[in-house]
Design a protein around this ligand. Structure first.
Ligand SMILES: Cc1ncc(COP(=O)(O)O)c(C=O)c1O
Length: 436
């Protein structure tokens, strides 16, 4: 253990019950591949790839080497008005795997920063077009777009909003796409895709299409519990955006990089957005990094309209050399090991395994696509989240880690998982959820 400590008091932990955690901590001291080692020497299998971010498995030496070399060679270059070759190389590598003509990439340090950057790019785009009145954003109930003020405003998870005031003004939320009438669906639900997407058209009719700048959705809503879009939904959103001159933003922070069965979910569903956010698997979680890709049209509209500095936006650590090195090394691993194809090939086995839990009385719905699945547990004693909180501890003791959001397990195994890992996971989930 590199940093032993007996003092847990002073770290204000994110999205964590601090007092409870510090009284009964769950610490990892090492992680390798699919497994992590706890402070008391036990092995846990990580079946959420951290937070959906380490599909190539933890602590890959190829990435560590690339980062270490970069930190010794050129640890930092100011990214405003200066550049560094790794950033340009990474943008070129991303262009090769992204859908459509998403050919230009802006770098950030997280998914949250990517979302806020995407919203600001949309505003800048409309100003460049002489349509600066298009300042409304459309998000969706049950969406998650990170925690910064823009992302918090367009997302639709109640707890993530309630303590923080109104956020951005002028944000509208479409209905979420989960329906109690279509439970235990593998892949896309059949019904209501067009009807639900028409919420966007209704906002255009009510508020005026020329007041709306962008519509942002996760192609598969991830953190809320894996909600696949119903058939026709994303196509209809694309149509409405085109008809009304609205930019379509896909937040692919979870779904990007092979998670849903193609390079990006846009490829899987055959719909290309105008702007796409990424983070997480971009560096296989080794170094924080996010990115926002835009189409040729969006990039050229902004850069052609403006002399000098085109966009007054960026971060001190945009395109940090260590992050670029980590991302290029991660892309090399994905490519050399054919990991996106491996993930797609493992999907059926994985989904069969997760759906085999359907008989457990505490489970109320299961959904999934690619190597991503959501399992809903019945709420306990009328307190949403109580059972999920208990599950985190029970699964820890059972040696399985999956992300719990409220009472929903969000499962996203690393692409390097073997069938035996999936078996071990399902055995653990059955044991724990079977007690509820
Ligand atoms: C779709 C989506 N957008 C944005 C974010 C925020 O990313 P980060 O936690 O890196 O800020 C997340 C995180 O889970 C996400 O799932």
């Amino acid at each position: 253990m590199r940093y032993p400590t007996n003092d847990l008091e002073h770290f204000f932990m994110p999205f964590t019950a601090n007092k409870a955690f510090k009284a009964n901590p769950r610490l990892m001291v090492a992680s390798k591949g699919v497994e992590c080692t706890t402070h008391d020497g036990r092995t846990i299998i990580d079946m959420s790839s951290g937070l959906f971010c380490a599909p190539a498995g933890h602590s890959r030496p190829e990435i560590a080497d690339a980062v270490s070399e970069m930190l010794r060679e050129c640890a930092y270059v100011a990214p405003f008005q200066h550049g560094q070759p790794a950033a340009f190389e990474l943008a070129r590598r991303l262009k090769a795997i992204m859908p459509g003509d998403l050919n230009y990439t802006f770098f950030t340090n997280s998914g949250s920063e990517s979302v806020d950057t995407a919203l600001k790019i949309a505003l800048q785009y409309y100003r460049a077009k002489g349509q600066g009145q298009r300042i409304r954003f459309v998000g969706r109930e049950r969406a998650y777009h990170g925690v910064n003020f823009g992302g918090m405003s367009v997302q639709g998870m109640v707890k993530n909003k309630e303590a923080f005031g109104p956020g951005l003004v002028g944000v509208l939320h479409m209905r979420h796409t989960w329906s109690k009438d279509e439970l235990y669906v593998r892949g896309q639900p059949e019904n209501n895709g067009v009807e639900l997407a028409n919420d966007l058209q209704r906002f255009c009719d009510l508020h005026g299409a020329d007041t709306i700048g962008a519509c942002i959705v996760e192609p598969v809503a991830g953190s809320t519990g894996v909600l696949c879009p119903p058939k026709g939904y994303l196509q209809r959103l694309r149509e409405i955006c085109d008809k009304n001159g609205i930019l379509l933003i896909f937040d692919e922070v979870i779904t990007g990089f092979g998670r849903t069965g193609g390079n990006f979910a846009g490829d899987v569903f055959g719909v290309t957005p105008d702007i796409m956010t990424m983070a997480k698997a971009l560096t296989n979680a080794a170094i924080p990094m996010g990115a926002v890709a835009v189409t040729d049209h969006v990039y050229k509209t902004i850069t052609d309209a403006t002399p000098g500095v085109e966009m007054f936006h960026g971060y001190t650590y945009s395109a940090h050399p260590a992050a670029c090195a980590a991302a290029i090394a991660a892309l090399d691993i994905y490519e050399n090991e054919g990991l996106f194809a491996k993930a797609a090939a493992l999907s059926d086995y994985f989904l069969d395994a997760v759906f085999s839990l359907k008989d457990l009385p505490a489970i109320t719905d299961i959904r999934g696509i690619g190597l991503l699945a959501g399992v809903d547990l019945a709420t306990k004693d009328g307190t949403p989240g109580a059972r999920g909180g208990q599950a985190v501890q029970d699964l820890w003791e059972e040696g399985v880690m999956v992300k719990m959001t409220g009472d929903t397990a969000c499962i996203a195994p690393p692409f390097v998982s073997e069938k035996s890992h999936i078996d071990r996971m399902v055995e653990g989930l059955r044991k724990v959820f079977g007690k509820y």
